[in-house]
Write a protein that binds this ligand. Structure first.
Ligand code: SER
Length: 890
């Protein structure tokens, strides 16, 4: 059963049961206690707590969830997903334990034909909280579960709360027994791998305080109502119903593994170490796309950091599989296609999503490239010295300075014939962790960093910024910090912060990225990687001492990396033009809400109460902006009073604080804006501006992204090559391509539909012959045969039912097998007459399962399953025959 079908059945079941279907909340809810939404109940918290009257007494949802606590387990176990979907039903003071148990039981064990999941009731186990006799009794009464399959567990397992003060309650969990081949007997208390938890029913009635009832601390109060909060793991149910080996092989996740196989040329299932990498990729790709879909971008903090970690782990895993090209865009496409039926916004937002992953991958690959250079130098040095081990501090520096992951260092060192001093590396990592902790503690108490900057400010005043006109300067180091503490000097390799009396370096601000470059002093150099202004008026240069020893009071020659700065300035001027163009086209409501000016590219966010900007408008804006470039206007910057600037019609940004004296940047008379950034001298220097995409990034806010200058040209040139290739391939002129390709796709779709029908007809056509070939086994008509290869489960079931129908009133058993590669599936069906003689389809399965290396089960009328040994079908048929014979005669 496909995952989308599981979701549909769940929702239908509860809507039929009087629940309002509520869409999933965003993964990012305004709940300060959570990084990501991690359970279905999060959006209902105010109703559970009684803070807001619930608009409905019963609700059901399929909630997107992210849990990254177990990220290291991903791919190693059968069941850890960082992104998963929790299907839930909720009662706010309406039904309680009995209702929850009855609803869940009916869906889990209801036959598939009647809309249920069709799990074999004999394989279901449940747990209840310590002395919750009421729940235990209900499981016996409602589900008819024998007492030995209802286990009592303590709070650690069977009390649920959010991990923080708030709603909570005892719970009861539903488990499915995967069978003795997967572990020990004895129910969930003995083995949670064999007995897989699929559903948690929480009887939400308590208010938990600082300490959790999970560990014996009594709740601090009762909720105003007795509520129900349940969570069924959609991926786990899919994994069981699809009869695959783990959650990564289910229909919505597995396609990414397939793409990774194509890209790497390696096969999933061939090597256990590679398999973990495949699974990590599949899991993380999905989480990454879903998280970006909800508006998070990679960064070094909080959610952005989790996202960055996920994305970088994918790239790293792909490299370990031997793929060195960019992968994220491609994996994102696969995720989009798999998930779109439930999350259509992934399609409409895809350009943004793919831009985010591509940018992150670019950045990371650059990191890897520069790291590789350092790595090579280190390896050469070790070998020259006759050593065979890369020192721990080198591995640490690679990690710390270049973001080079240790497992990659290990792998590459191995390839170079060296080992790595891992204990040394880990010791340095630990020391760094301790430092970071002390640092964070210092920041919390309000001392630390800022006071060190303030001391410099008090002693030397603000930094004199020369960067509007100059890209180099002679300056003096007036402040030198290592680990946030003032130091007189810092040696090679030290991460430092440098404050100068004057600087050409632009500090990140107003959407414009920081400059990079170098500070050269007598016998030393500091590589500047970032410039920030943590205290107004101070530019803090962050980087590493690349050679010699940097000293306080030393004179330096400060040099901004020119090409990067120029590309950033071009982007910034282009942002002003796009902003002006949008306002001219859409009116003043198109106000800037954020921007990014990076080398060669820009992002411009603006308010658009009317929603998406039509393509035609974007076209016009792009056209107009490029015409402004050709006019080669002068770009002028000057300072004036805020009032005067306003009078001139300069655009000021909403929410910005401006002093009395402001800087205005104007481009001819096309654009006039308050701005502290750096710009080109004439609009012609921009060369070309290409708008790439327009998308929504939140309610009423749109984003355009654009390329500028050579980056824009290269993009267009690439597209041109692509179109030429397509033209060639489809033998059509470029302007005919959309129609031509549309036609081909249409024909392909028709052909696929036709093929599907022919195949289904052919399968059903064999029903007559199969029924005619029934053999008589002691009065029972037995049809046990191999159906054509590759018949999908649904069709095989339909075929078996058809054959059974043709057996009419006779006592009959139908067993059909269909191989597909090295796997096979089977269906067993019994006629009513056979059932009245005691034949049950589900019970017949074990008689032949061994022969085909399979398992399966079901109801007396219909059972199905799969196996791994198609060659065993004749033996299985023989085994079934003798089972039928002995049952008929016995
Ligand atoms: N809140 C419970 C859980 O997350 C049930 O939905 O398991």
């Amino acid at each position: 059963m496909e995952t989308h079908e599981i979701i549909r059945r769940f929702t239908d079941h509860f809507v039929r049961g009087g629940h309002t279907s509520v869409p999933s909340a965003s993964l990012i809810l305004d709940d300060p206690t959570l990084l990501f939404v991690n359970a279905g109940m999060v959006q209902f918290k105010p109703y559970l707590l009684g803070e807001v009257p619930p608009p409905y007494p019963r609700a059901t949802s399929i909630q997107k969830c992210v849990r990254t606590g177990d990220i290291e387990e991903v791919g190693k176990t059968t069941r850890h997903n960082t992104f998963f979907q929790m299907a839930g039903n909720f009662s706010f003071g309406d039904y309680f334990k009995a209702g929850a148990i009855e609803h869940a039981w009916n869906l889990v064990t209801g036959s598939q034909d009647s809309g249920g999941f069709g799990f074999d009731p004999e394989r279901i186990w449940t747990t209840v909280y310590n002395d919750d006799d009421e729940a235990l009794e209900l499981w016996r009464k409602i589900a008819g579960l024998p007492e030995e399959r209802i286990q009592r567990r303590d709070g650690k397992d069977n009390y649920w709360d959010m991990g923080v003060p708030g709603p909570g309650g005892p719970c009861s969990e539903i488990y499915y027994d995967r069978g003795p081949e997967h572990g020990r007997d004895g129910g969930p208390v003995a083995d949670e791998d064999r007995y897989l938890e699929i559903w948690n029913l929480v009887f939400m009635q308590d208010v938990r305080g600082d300490e959790s009832p999970k560990y014996g601390h009594p709740p601090i109060g009762e909720l105003p109502n007795k509520n129900i909060d349940t969570g069924m793991g959609v991926e786990r149910v899919a994994y069981l119903l699809q009869d695959v080996a783990n959650v990564y092989e289910t229909d919505l996740v597995r396609p990414v593994i397939a793409r990774a196989e194509e890209m790497s040329g390696r096969r999933y299932g061939a090597d256990p170490v590679d398999d973990v990498r495949f699974r990590v990729i599949a899991d993380h790709a999905r989480s990454g796309v879903m998280i970006i879909g909800d508006g998070v971008t990679p960064s070094n903090e909080a959610r952005g950091y989790v996202l960055r970690r996920l994305l970088r782990r994918i790239v790293r895993s792909a490299r370990l599989l031997g793929v060195h090209e960019p992968v994220l865009g491609s994996f994102a496409e696969v995720v989009r296609d798999a998930m779109a039926p439930s999350y259509p916004e992934l399609v409409t937002d895809f350009e943004r999503i793919s831009a985010v992953v591509r940018a992150e991958e670019d950045a990371f690959l650059q990191t890897l490239t520069s790291g590789s250079r350092i790595f090579d130098t280190a390896v050469t040095a070790v070998k020259k010295a006759g050593g065979n081990q890369l020192p721990g501090d080198q591995a640490f520096q690679l990690h710390d300075t270049y973001g080079f992951p240790i497992d990659l260092t290990l792998e590459m060192a191995g390839e170079a014939g060296l080992s790595v001093d891992e204990p040394g590396f880990r010791r340095l990592m630990e020391e760094q962790r301790q430092r970071a902790k002390a640092d964070a503690a210092a920041r919390k108490t309000g001392h630390g960093d800022v006071s060190a900057y303030r001391a410099v400010l008090d002693a030397h005043g603000t930094t004199d910024f020369l960067g509007y006109t100059d890209l180099t300067s002679s300056s003096r180091i007036v402040g030198l910090l290592a680990d946030g503490v003032a130091v007189p000097a810092a040696g090679t390799g030290t991460e430092v912060e440098v404050l100068l009396d004057r600087t050409p370096f632009y500090a990140e601000g107003g959407g414009q990225q920081a400059d990079t470059g170098v500070l050269r002093g007598d016998g030393f150099a500091v590589q500047v990687r970032d410039v920030q202004s943590p205290v107004a008026g101070l530019n803090v240069h962050r980087g590493v001492v690349a050679e010699g020893e940097a000293r306080l009071d030393a004179e330096v020659h400060a040099e901004v990396e020119i090409s990067r700065r120029q590309a950033i300035s071009r982007a910034h001027s282009a942002t002003h033009l796009v902003h002006a163009g949008m306002r001219r086209a859409l009116g003043d409501s198109a106000a800037q809400a954020g921007s990014l000016n990076a080398p060669g590219r820009l992002r411009f966010d603006f308010t658009s109460p009317a929603g998406a900007v039509p393509d035609s408008v974007l076209h016009d804006v792009e056209d107009e902006v490029n015409a402004v470039l050709l006019d080669d206007h002068e770009v002028r910057a000057f300072t004036t009073t805020l009032d005067e600037a306003r009078r001139m019609g300069a655009i000021a940004l909403f929410g910005e604080r401006y002093g009395d004296s402001v800087r205005v940047v104007e481009i001819g008379d096309y654009s006039r804006e308050l701005c502290g950034g750096t710009h080109v001298h004439r609009s012609g220097q921009l060369g070309l501006v290409k708008l790439l995409s327009e998308s929504s990034i939140g309610s009423g806010i749109r984003r355009v992204e654009a390329l500028v200058g050579l980056d824009a040209f290269r993009f267009l040139a690439k597209e041109h090559v692509l179109v030429s290739q397509l033209s060639e391939q489809f033998k059509a002129r470029p302007e005919e391509l959309p129609e031509r390709i549309g036609g081909v796709v249409e024909r392909l779709r028709d052909a696929e539909r036709e093929l599907e029908k022919v195949r289904a007809d052919a399968v059903l056509a064999s029903a007559g012959a199969l029924a005619d070939g029934a053999e008589d086994v002691e009065g029972v008509a037995l049809v046990a045969a191999a159906a054509p290869d590759g018949v999908p489960g649904n069709d095989l079931r339909a075929l078996a039912s058809d054959v059974r129908g043709r057996l009419g009133a006779r006592a009959g058993v139908v067993a059909l097998f269909s191989a597909s590669g090295d796997k096979l599936s089977f269906v067993v069906a019994t006629t009513e007459a056979a059932r009245s003689q005691g034949f049950a389809a589900g019970k017949l399965v074990p008689s032949f399962a061994g022969a085909i290396g399979g398992r399966g089960g079901g109801k007396p009328d219909l059972a199905q399953g799969g196996g791994s040994n198609p060659a065993g079908v004749p033996a299985a048929v023989a085994a079934l025959r003798s089972a039928v014979r002995s049952a008929a005669t016995g």
